[in-house]
Design a protein around this ligand. Structure first.
Ligand SMILES: Cc1ncc(C[n+]2csc(CCOP(=O)(O)OP(=O)(O)O)c2C)c(N)n1
Ligand SMILES: [Mg+2]
Length: 891
């Protein structure tokens, strides 16, 4: 067969080829491009029937997607917009240069916004809505390190003062300060989305667009023409998160999403693709993923050259050049362009023979031409049924000349000398007084100037200015604890896991009339693992198209139900995507004015360890909700071994300031924590979120004890569960999660075999206890003449007795309390790599089983002189422990 295969590009019959091409031309002439496209599709089908493989081409020629004859004229006042843009350019540059002049190395970026200004300004003036009537406006993800441009505009608008700009990157010394990058945590009335960790903005914007549809399809928000705009750097596109979720956007037909890639061909160190073309690469990726791609490559002053280039040689030359060369064309000026771009072919030199070198240097890229950008955006907002990406070609450091235009080091340029600043001023012909330029002073036109009037008019037409974060205090009434009466009653002796206990709490919430519709369960292909599959048929899985098939298990009660108004977000195997959904849901109180309550339940090991940065950004976003780490614990998850057994996430999560971390042992603890979490986040409107570990070990859950102060103890992190019964205690045992039962077993063993009495405490949160103690200690440090305050842990543990603390996590977790328990504390935990084994063997290996706890207690008492050392040594042997066993942490 192979011998019949020919090279497809070989033209064996040019005359026949011509006839085909002419008939196509005729169709386009007579019936238009849509008809031609239809015919090509049919031809493709027919070819496929005969086994002809049509060559897959994901790239279109390296020119603008929108031909000039399809362009509409620019609707705005170009001159006034240009002046305004100049003021913004100037203020952005002055802000960074000033900050670095007075505070060496304080940082900031000039060249990114210089490349982005037109792309943002056309959007601000004509596309980005501050509101839609009484509905919130478009959501815009700005490139994080272009923040000086957004500050500069807000200054012109009068939303920020000169003092703000002077305090760029001076957040602590002076007030009001401006944060380096978009951080809702630091500027909660201004920034909506923390985007500066590359890749998070793009993936979050995709899931945000999907979440907007979810809210619409569930009837929670009104349908509006709202768009999500996401700016992304071309260098940023290398992050797996940036492009990793593209097919979700096309599959979900997210025509509410427009991504604008600022293709300035450079990243931090140098060219993004020196030897290739990033724009073509991205075109292929986006088109392959089913997106509508609009290339905006060349400015209007190229149009006449294209029109005169009848042979297509100009386009060919453009396609030949790699990005490294394009960078040179901008960095080295018009003479260089003539020699090295046009000079390659005599016909091209001829084409530009009437143009001066200066004119060649001024040949603009599409992303710097408002008309081209306007048309690209217009086509994008009018696109139906698919998401759009605008690939805009720009110049990094545009207008900086020798100060950084197209230079490799431009990303970090933050200090310009006087001539470089003068050049910038002159280059854009800025209407800013020379003495202001000399003194690096900010400029805002008079309120009655035509520019300001125009700006006010445009802002009003767009329904307000952006970026803005406008949070209305919409509250939920927290459910009464009684709502969770089933969890509080315990399991009636039946063995159950904390995972199923959590699912019980979730189900109780889903029965609560006032709250049920706001609950958003998010699961990455693990519902069956967590016993949540009964929710499928109960509340449905969200599917924007409904269910186009009869599910294979339709005849079962718990069938796989997909529905347009389904409530569960079943994300498939993407922890990054699920976090993005959690972020959209957990911030919907701010972005949509509807406080959704997300519960994202996942395999705990694939939580912080995998998506820690997204969790950090969630906290920055002031996100609310519950992260639930399932199958948690290094020894509680049997069998799975090294990669799956999580023995550290509570420690990792503890670095996130707004995250409350709990490791509950019983159903009633979970109920108390979730109930109070809803109260704090959605009634008291605290900007925090929760992390709960739940596990899959089955044991009986007791009814909630009626002890006074129990709920407070659970929430603050510790309470006494079972006091010593055989006499006064001489030692305390701390247990958490599944290991709590080991502590109870140790209590009994110690009493029965060695007559040692112990109190047993459930520690629900070492992290909360530590945070409270640190705060108290700080107060004491700063108030030496006031009576010392006692940290909660010391108030509770006032007996002065030793403590053996065991959990299913690394010893660093209980060690968080070491400064307050000092030498009283002995920590047991699971340092080291997990193993594929059953719980019993795992706990013996890591030394957190009841026997190890009991032995540790006896040895501690003996070291303290309260128990005979020889008896302690004998006890180790009696308990079946091996004193010479290799340490798990290093094996
Ligand atoms: C995850 C992450 N890695 C690295 C950085 C540091 N960083 C900030 S901007 C930048 C280069 C960005 O290049 P590009 O995306 O092309 O944006 P441009 O400034 O060229 O518009 C880098 C490496 C970061 N902010 N986030
Ligand atoms: Mg770039």
């Amino acid at each position: 067969m192979l011998k019949h295969t020919r090279v497809a590009s070989e033209d064996l019959n040019p005359q026949e080829t011509n006839e085909w091409l002419e008939s196509l031309d005729e169709v386009i002439d007579e019936a238009g491009p849509d008809r031609a496209s239809y015919l090509l599709q049919r031809l493709n089908q027919r070819a496929a029937e005969f086994g002809v493989t049509a060559p897959l081409r994901l790239n279109t020629p390296y020119v603008n997607t929108i031909p000039t004859h399809q362009e509409v004229p620019y609707p705005g006042n170009r001159e006034l917009e240009r002046n305004l843009k100049n003021y913004i350019r100037w203020n952005a540059l002055a802000m960074v240069v000033r900050a670095n002049k007075y505070d060496d190395n304080i940082g900031g970026h000039i060249s990114t916004y210089a490349s982005l200004a037109t792309l943002v300004e056309v959007g601000q003036n004509h596309f980005f809505h501050g509101s839609y009537g009484n509905q919130p406006g478009d959501l815009v993800y700005y490139q994080g390190h272009s923040s000086p441009g957004m500050y500069a505009r807000a200054f012109i608008e009068g939303r920020l003062t000169e003092q703000h700009l002077l305090n760029f990157r001076h957040e602590l010394r002076d007030h009001p300060g401006l944060s380096s990058y978009p951080h809702p945590w630091l500027m909660p009335d201004f920034w909506q989305f923390p985007t500066v960790s590359m890749g998070l903005g793009p993936i979050n914007s995709i899931y945000q667009a999907r979440f907007m549809r979810y809210l619409e399809n569930r009837g929670i928000i009104e349908k509006t023409p709202r768009k999500i705009w996401a700016f992304m750097g071309d260098g940023e596109s290398d992050e797996p998160e940036s492009l990793g979720a593209l097919t979700l956007a096309s599959r979900e037909r997210l025509d509410n999403l427009i991504v604008v890639v600022n293709c300035n061909l450079q990243r931090l160190d140098g060219p993004v693709r020196g030897n290739g073309k990033i724009i073509s690469e991205l075109e292929g990726a986006f088109r392959g993923a089913g997106w509508n791609v609009i290339k905006c490559l060349w400015g209007s002053n190229w149009d006449t050259l294209f029109a005169r280039d009848t042979t297509g040689l100009l386009i060919r030359r453009m396609e030949e050049c790699v990005d490294g060369e394009y960078q040179n064309f901008k960095a080295k000026g018009g003479k260089y362009v003539r020699e090295h771009f046009f000079g390659k072919y005599p016909e091209l030199l001829e084409l530009v023979k009437d143009m001066s070198d200066e004119e060649l240097g001024e040949l603009r890229r599409g992303g710097h031409d408002p008309l081209k950008v306007y048309n690209a955006y217009l086509k994008a907002v009018n696109t139906v049924g698919v998401p759009t990406v605008v690939l805009a070609k720009t110049v990094k450091g545009y207008g900086l000349g020798e100060g950084g235009e197209g230079r490799n080091a431009t990303h970090q340029q933050k200090k310009l000398n006087a001539p470089q600043i003068q050049y910038f001023h002159k280059r854009f012909d800025m209407d800013i007084p020379a003495e202001k330029v000399e003194k690096l002073e900010f400029h805002r036109p008079a309120e009655d100037s035509p520019e300001m009037k125009y700006l006010r008019e445009r802002t009003a037409a767009m329904g307000g200015a952006l970026p803005v974060r406008n949070v209305k205090p919409i509250k939920h009434q927290a459910p009464a604890l009684e709502t969770f009466h089933e969890s509080i009653a315990g399991s009636g002796g039946r063995a159950a896991s904390t995972t199923s206990a959590f699912v019980g709490v979730l189900k109780s919430l889903l029965k609560q009339d006032a709250l049920k519709k706001f609950v958003v369960p998010i699961i990455p292909d693990e519902a069956r693992t967590f016993g949540m599959d009964s929710l499928f048929s109960q509340i449905g899985i969200y599917a924007s198209q409904g269910q186009l098939y009869t599910p294979v298990d339709k005849d079962m009660i718990m069938y796989y139900k997909e529905a347009k108004d389904g409530q569960i977000l079943e994300e498939g195997i993407t922890e990054a995507g699920s976090m993005a959904s959690f972020t959209a849901a957990g911030t919907s109180y701010a972005n949509y004015g509807v406080p959704m309550i997300p519960f994202y339940i996942y395999y705990s090991m694939f939580g912080f360890q995998r998506v820690g940065d997204a969790i950090w950004a969630f906290a920055d976003s002031r996100g609310k909700g519950f992260l639930v780490g399932g199958t948690a614990g290094r020894t509680t998850l049997a069998g799975e071994g090294l990669q799956h057994q999580d023995g550290h996430t509570p420690v990792l999560m503890s670095v996130v300031p707004t995250c409350k971390i709990y490791d509950p042992a019983f159903a009633y603890e979970i109920a108390v924590i979730v109930q109070d979490g809803i109260r704090r986040m959605f009634t008291e409107l605290e900007d925090c979120f929760y992390y709960l570990t739940v596990s899959n070990e089955n044991y009986a859950h007791p009814e909630m004890p009626k002890t006074e102060g129990l709920q407070e103890g659970i929430l603050r992190g510790i309470y006494k569960y079972r006091a010593a019964t055989g006499g006064p205690a001489t030692i305390n045992l701390f247990g958490s999660g599944s290991i709590f039962n080991e502590a109870l077993r140790a209590q009994q063993m110690l009493s029965e075999k060695w007559g040692v009495q112990a109190d047993v405490w459930s520690v629900t949160s070492y992290v909360e206890l530590r945070r409270q103690a640190l705060e108290t200690e700080r107060w004491n440090r700063l108030h030496p003449d006031q009576p010392e305050r006692t940290p909660y842990i010391n108030q509770v543990m006032s007996d002065g007795l030793p403590v053996v603390a065991a959990s299913d996590y690394i010893k660093a977790l209980p060690d968080m309390l070491a400064p307050w328990l000092n030498e009283r504390l002995v920590s047991l935990g699971t340092d080291g790599f997990g193993r594929s084994e059953n719980r019993q063997h795992l706990r013996r290996f890591f030394e957190n089983d009841a026997e190890s706890i009991a032995a540790a207690a006896l040895v501690k008492l003996s070291r303290d002189g309260k128990f005979d050392a020889v008896r302690a040594r004998e006890a180790i042997a009696e308990l079946g422990l091996d004193s010479e066993k290799k340490y798990a942490a290093i094996s």
